[in-house]
Design a protein around this ligand. Sequence first.
Ligand code: ADP
Length: 259
Amino acid sequence: VYTNLIKLENDPTKMIGLVALMEDVTEIRKLEKIRSDFVANVSHELKTPLTSISGFVETLKSGAIEDEDTKNRFLDIIDIETQRLARLIDDILTLSEIESSQHKMLNQQILSSEVLKEVEEMMEPIASNKEIQLTFTIDTNLPMIYGNRDWFKQMFINLIDNAIKYTLSGGKVQLTAYKKYNNIIISVKDTGIGIPKKDIPRLFERFYRVDKARSRKVGGTGLGLAIVKHIVLSLKGKIRVNSEQGKGTEFTVIIPIEG
Ligand code: ADP
Protein backbone atom coordinates (compact mmCIF):
# COMPACT_ATOMS: atom_id res chain seq x y z
CA VAL A 1 0.00 0.00 0.00
CA TYR A 2 1.41 3.35 -1.02
CA THR A 3 0.21 6.45 0.76
CA ASN A 4 0.89 10.00 -0.12
CA LEU A 5 0.05 13.27 1.54
CA ILE A 6 -1.31 15.97 -0.68
CA LYS A 7 -0.23 19.40 0.42
CA LEU A 8 -1.13 22.86 -0.75
CA GLU A 9 1.56 24.25 -2.99
CA ASN A 10 1.57 27.70 -1.47
CA ASP A 11 1.41 26.36 2.06
CA PRO A 12 3.35 23.07 2.38
CA THR A 13 2.38 22.70 6.02
CA LYS A 14 -1.33 22.37 5.28
CA MET A 15 -2.59 18.97 4.31
CA ILE A 16 -5.68 18.81 2.12
CA GLY A 17 -5.99 15.12 1.53
CA LEU A 18 -4.57 11.65 1.55
CA VAL A 19 -4.09 9.34 -1.43
CA ALA A 20 -3.82 5.63 -0.89
CA LEU A 21 -2.94 3.32 -3.74
CA MET A 22 -3.47 -0.37 -3.23
CA GLU A 23 -2.13 -2.98 -5.54
CA ASP A 24 -2.73 -6.70 -5.43
CA VAL A 25 0.77 -8.08 -5.83
CA THR A 26 -0.19 -11.72 -5.49
CA GLU A 27 -1.53 -11.83 -9.08
CA ILE A 28 1.63 -10.14 -10.40
CA ARG A 29 3.84 -12.54 -8.44
CA LYS A 30 1.89 -15.48 -9.84
CA LEU A 31 2.37 -14.26 -13.42
CA GLU A 32 6.08 -13.66 -12.80
CA LYS A 33 6.41 -17.20 -11.48
CA ILE A 34 4.61 -18.67 -14.53
CA ARG A 35 6.91 -16.69 -16.81
CA SER A 36 10.13 -17.70 -15.08
CA ASP A 37 9.03 -21.36 -14.90
CA PHE A 38 8.34 -21.18 -18.64
CA VAL A 39 11.82 -19.79 -19.40
CA ALA A 40 13.40 -22.56 -17.29
CA ASN A 41 11.28 -25.21 -19.04
CA VAL A 42 12.06 -23.84 -22.50
CA SER A 43 15.79 -23.89 -21.77
CA HIS A 44 15.58 -27.45 -20.54
CA GLU A 45 13.45 -28.61 -23.49
CA LEU A 46 15.84 -27.01 -26.00
CA LYS A 47 18.93 -28.37 -24.30
CA THR A 48 17.78 -31.99 -24.39
CA PRO A 49 17.91 -32.43 -28.20
CA LEU A 50 20.98 -30.19 -28.44
CA THR A 51 22.91 -32.33 -25.96
CA SER A 52 21.95 -35.42 -27.89
CA ILE A 53 22.99 -33.89 -31.24
CA SER A 54 26.37 -32.69 -29.98
CA GLY A 55 26.99 -36.06 -28.26
CA PHE A 56 26.43 -38.02 -31.46
CA VAL A 57 28.48 -35.57 -33.53
CA GLU A 58 31.37 -35.98 -31.08
CA THR A 59 31.13 -39.78 -31.21
CA LEU A 60 31.11 -39.69 -35.01
CA LYS A 61 34.15 -37.42 -35.04
CA SER A 62 36.08 -39.68 -32.72
CA GLY A 63 35.88 -42.70 -35.01
CA ALA A 64 32.28 -43.97 -35.28
CA ILE A 65 32.11 -42.44 -38.75
CA GLU A 66 34.32 -45.27 -40.04
CA ASP A 67 31.56 -47.84 -39.55
CA GLU A 68 28.85 -47.43 -42.19
CA ASP A 69 25.96 -48.84 -40.07
CA THR A 70 26.84 -46.91 -36.95
CA LYS A 71 27.30 -43.74 -38.98
CA ASN A 72 23.84 -44.05 -40.58
CA ARG A 73 22.17 -44.84 -37.28
CA PHE A 74 23.76 -41.82 -35.60
CA LEU A 75 22.95 -39.53 -38.54
CA ASP A 76 19.30 -40.64 -38.33
CA ILE A 77 19.21 -39.74 -34.63
CA ILE A 78 20.79 -36.36 -35.35
CA ASP A 79 18.17 -35.81 -38.04
CA ILE A 80 15.27 -36.69 -35.69
CA GLU A 81 16.62 -34.49 -32.89
CA THR A 82 17.13 -31.57 -35.31
CA GLN A 83 13.52 -31.87 -36.43
CA ARG A 84 12.38 -31.96 -32.81
CA LEU A 85 14.32 -28.77 -32.15
CA ALA A 86 12.71 -27.09 -35.16
CA ARG A 87 9.21 -28.16 -34.03
CA LEU A 88 9.87 -26.87 -30.53
CA ILE A 89 11.02 -23.49 -31.78
CA ASP A 90 7.99 -23.27 -34.11
CA ASP A 91 5.61 -24.10 -31.25
CA ILE A 92 7.26 -21.65 -28.84
CA LEU A 93 6.98 -18.88 -31.44
CA THR A 94 3.35 -19.76 -32.25
CA LEU A 95 2.41 -19.79 -28.58
CA SER A 96 4.05 -16.44 -27.84
CA GLU A 97 2.44 -14.89 -30.94
CA ILE A 98 -1.02 -16.08 -29.93
CA GLU A 99 -0.53 -14.98 -26.33
CA SER A 100 0.89 -11.56 -27.04
CA SER A 101 -0.78 -10.16 -30.15
CA GLN A 102 -4.26 -9.64 -28.85
CA HIS A 103 -5.40 -7.76 -31.92
CA LYS A 104 -3.64 -9.58 -34.71
CA MET A 105 -6.22 -10.12 -37.47
CA LEU A 106 -8.74 -11.37 -34.99
CA ASN A 107 -11.66 -10.35 -37.11
CA GLN A 108 -11.23 -12.39 -40.25
CA GLN A 109 -14.27 -14.16 -41.61
CA ILE A 110 -13.89 -17.86 -41.04
CA LEU A 111 -15.90 -20.29 -43.07
CA SER A 112 -15.28 -23.21 -40.75
CA SER A 113 -16.48 -25.90 -43.17
CA GLU A 114 -13.90 -24.75 -45.71
CA VAL A 115 -11.04 -24.59 -43.18
CA LEU A 116 -11.94 -28.00 -41.74
CA LYS A 117 -11.84 -29.54 -45.22
CA GLU A 118 -8.31 -28.17 -45.61
CA VAL A 119 -7.40 -29.79 -42.28
CA GLU A 120 -8.86 -33.09 -43.46
CA GLU A 121 -6.82 -33.04 -46.67
CA MET A 122 -3.69 -32.24 -44.73
CA MET A 123 -4.13 -34.88 -42.01
CA GLU A 124 -5.50 -37.74 -44.15
CA PRO A 125 -2.06 -38.96 -45.35
CA ILE A 126 -0.71 -38.93 -41.77
CA ALA A 127 -3.68 -40.98 -40.55
CA SER A 128 -3.57 -43.51 -43.37
CA ASN A 129 0.17 -43.86 -42.90
CA LYS A 130 -0.63 -45.21 -39.42
CA GLU A 131 -3.66 -47.14 -40.64
CA ILE A 132 -6.05 -44.96 -38.73
CA GLN A 133 -9.47 -44.25 -40.17
CA LEU A 134 -10.05 -40.51 -40.28
CA THR A 135 -13.64 -39.27 -40.77
CA PHE A 136 -14.90 -35.70 -40.98
CA THR A 137 -18.63 -35.02 -40.65
CA ILE A 138 -19.26 -31.34 -41.25
CA ASP A 139 -22.71 -29.71 -41.44
CA THR A 140 -23.02 -27.94 -44.76
CA ASN A 141 -24.45 -24.63 -43.60
CA LEU A 142 -22.32 -23.69 -40.62
CA PRO A 143 -22.55 -19.94 -39.99
CA MET A 144 -19.57 -17.64 -40.38
CA ILE A 145 -17.42 -17.01 -37.32
CA TYR A 146 -14.85 -14.28 -36.74
CA GLY A 147 -11.26 -14.72 -35.63
CA ASN A 148 -7.83 -15.50 -36.97
CA ARG A 149 -8.22 -18.03 -39.78
CA ASP A 150 -4.71 -19.53 -39.48
CA TRP A 151 -5.09 -20.04 -35.75
CA PHE A 152 -8.50 -21.64 -36.18
CA LYS A 153 -6.92 -24.10 -38.61
CA GLN A 154 -3.93 -24.71 -36.30
CA MET A 155 -6.26 -25.62 -33.44
CA PHE A 156 -7.76 -28.56 -35.34
CA ILE A 157 -4.43 -29.61 -36.82
CA ASN A 158 -3.15 -29.93 -33.23
CA LEU A 159 -6.21 -31.82 -31.97
CA ILE A 160 -6.26 -34.25 -34.91
CA ASP A 161 -2.49 -34.67 -34.74
CA ASN A 162 -2.76 -35.63 -31.06
CA ALA A 163 -5.68 -37.97 -31.74
CA ILE A 164 -3.55 -39.77 -34.34
CA LYS A 165 -0.43 -39.77 -32.13
CA TYR A 166 -2.21 -41.28 -29.14
CA THR A 167 -4.26 -43.87 -31.04
CA LEU A 168 -2.89 -47.23 -32.07
CA SER A 169 -2.91 -48.45 -35.67
CA GLY A 170 -6.31 -49.74 -36.70
CA GLY A 171 -8.10 -47.13 -34.57
CA LYS A 172 -10.47 -44.33 -35.55
CA VAL A 173 -10.40 -40.54 -35.37
CA GLN A 174 -13.55 -38.63 -36.05
CA LEU A 175 -14.25 -34.90 -36.36
CA THR A 176 -17.83 -33.67 -36.17
CA ALA A 177 -18.94 -30.07 -36.69
CA TYR A 178 -22.45 -28.69 -36.25
CA LYS A 179 -24.40 -25.68 -35.03
CA LYS A 180 -26.30 -25.75 -31.75
CA TYR A 181 -28.18 -22.68 -30.47
CA ASN A 182 -25.71 -19.81 -30.85
CA ASN A 183 -22.59 -21.94 -31.02
CA ILE A 184 -20.56 -23.97 -33.43
CA ILE A 185 -19.60 -27.26 -31.82
CA ILE A 186 -16.62 -29.14 -33.17
CA SER A 187 -15.54 -32.38 -31.57
CA VAL A 188 -12.49 -34.53 -32.20
CA LYS A 189 -12.96 -38.07 -30.96
CA ASP A 190 -10.49 -40.94 -31.02
CA THR A 191 -10.37 -44.58 -30.01
CA GLY A 192 -6.91 -44.15 -28.49
CA ILE A 193 -5.13 -44.76 -25.21
CA GLY A 194 -7.18 -42.22 -23.24
CA ILE A 195 -6.10 -39.89 -20.44
CA PRO A 196 -6.13 -40.68 -16.69
CA LYS A 197 -8.67 -38.54 -14.77
CA LYS A 198 -6.03 -37.02 -12.52
CA ASP A 199 -4.12 -35.57 -15.49
CA ILE A 200 -7.06 -33.85 -17.18
CA PRO A 201 -6.95 -30.60 -15.12
CA ARG A 202 -3.30 -30.00 -16.08
CA LEU A 203 -3.53 -31.04 -19.73
CA PHE A 204 -3.50 -27.50 -21.15
CA GLU A 205 -0.41 -26.39 -19.23
CA ARG A 206 2.73 -25.77 -21.23
CA PHE A 207 5.01 -28.81 -21.38
CA TYR A 208 2.62 -30.96 -19.37
CA ARG A 209 2.55 -34.55 -20.62
CA VAL A 210 0.84 -37.59 -19.17
CA ASP A 211 3.73 -39.79 -20.25
CA LYS A 212 6.88 -37.91 -21.17
CA ALA A 213 8.59 -40.87 -22.85
CA ARG A 214 5.56 -41.63 -25.00
CA SER A 215 5.17 -37.98 -26.01
CA ARG A 216 8.83 -37.91 -27.00
CA LYS A 217 8.53 -41.13 -28.97
CA VAL A 218 5.62 -39.81 -31.03
CA GLY A 219 7.39 -36.48 -31.59
CA GLY A 220 5.40 -34.28 -29.19
CA THR A 221 6.61 -30.91 -27.91
CA GLY A 222 4.23 -30.62 -24.96
CA LEU A 223 2.90 -27.31 -26.31
CA GLY A 224 0.12 -28.50 -28.64
CA LEU A 225 -2.73 -28.19 -26.15
CA ALA A 226 -1.40 -24.94 -24.63
CA ILE A 227 -1.60 -23.48 -28.15
CA VAL A 228 -5.13 -24.88 -28.56
CA LYS A 229 -6.23 -23.33 -25.25
CA HIS A 230 -5.04 -19.85 -26.25
CA ILE A 231 -6.69 -20.08 -29.68
CA VAL A 232 -9.97 -21.11 -28.06
CA LEU A 233 -9.68 -18.09 -25.75
CA SER A 234 -9.04 -15.79 -28.73
CA LEU A 235 -12.35 -17.03 -30.19
CA LYS A 236 -14.12 -16.49 -26.84
CA GLY A 237 -14.87 -20.20 -26.86
CA LYS A 238 -14.62 -23.12 -24.50
CA ILE A 239 -13.01 -26.53 -24.68
CA ARG A 240 -14.06 -29.72 -22.90
CA VAL A 241 -12.33 -33.04 -22.51
CA ASN A 242 -13.93 -36.38 -22.04
CA SER A 243 -11.70 -39.39 -21.77
CA GLU A 244 -11.57 -42.95 -20.65
CA GLN A 245 -8.30 -44.84 -20.33
CA GLY A 246 -7.97 -47.59 -22.88
CA LYS A 247 -11.15 -46.47 -24.68
CA GLY A 248 -10.47 -43.05 -26.15
CA THR A 249 -10.69 -39.29 -25.84
CA GLU A 250 -12.99 -36.56 -27.07
CA PHE A 251 -12.10 -32.87 -27.18
CA THR A 252 -15.09 -30.58 -27.79
CA VAL A 253 -14.60 -26.98 -28.87
CA ILE A 254 -17.57 -24.64 -28.44
CA ILE A 255 -17.35 -21.36 -30.32
CA PRO A 256 -20.01 -18.67 -29.97
CA ILE A 257 -21.43 -17.23 -33.16
CA GLU A 258 -21.23 -13.47 -32.72
CA GLY A 259 -23.82 -11.02 -33.94
P1 ADP B 1 2.41 -33.39 -26.79
O1 ADP B 1 3.27 -32.66 -27.74
O2 ADP B 1 3.17 -34.12 -25.71
O3 ADP B 1 1.41 -34.25 -27.48
P2 ADP B 1 0.17 -31.67 -26.03
O4 ADP B 1 0.16 -30.37 -25.33
O5 ADP B 1 -0.37 -31.69 -27.42
O6 ADP B 1 1.66 -32.22 -25.97
O7 ADP B 1 -0.64 -32.71 -25.15
C1 ADP B 1 -0.30 -32.85 -23.78
C2 ADP B 1 -0.45 -34.30 -23.33
O8 ADP B 1 -1.85 -34.65 -23.34
C3 ADP B 1 0.22 -35.32 -24.23
O9 ADP B 1 1.57 -35.50 -23.88
C4 ADP B 1 -0.61 -36.57 -23.97
O10 ADP B 1 -0.16 -37.20 -22.80
C5 ADP B 1 -2.01 -36.01 -23.68
N1 ADP B 1 -2.92 -36.08 -24.86
C6 ADP B 1 -3.25 -35.08 -25.69
N2 ADP B 1 -4.14 -35.47 -26.62
C7 ADP B 1 -4.41 -36.77 -26.35
C8 ADP B 1 -5.27 -37.76 -26.94
N3 ADP B 1 -6.04 -37.49 -27.99
N4 ADP B 1 -5.27 -39.00 -26.38
C9 ADP B 1 -4.51 -39.29 -25.31
N5 ADP B 1 -3.67 -38.41 -24.71
C10 ADP B 1 -3.63 -37.16 -25.22
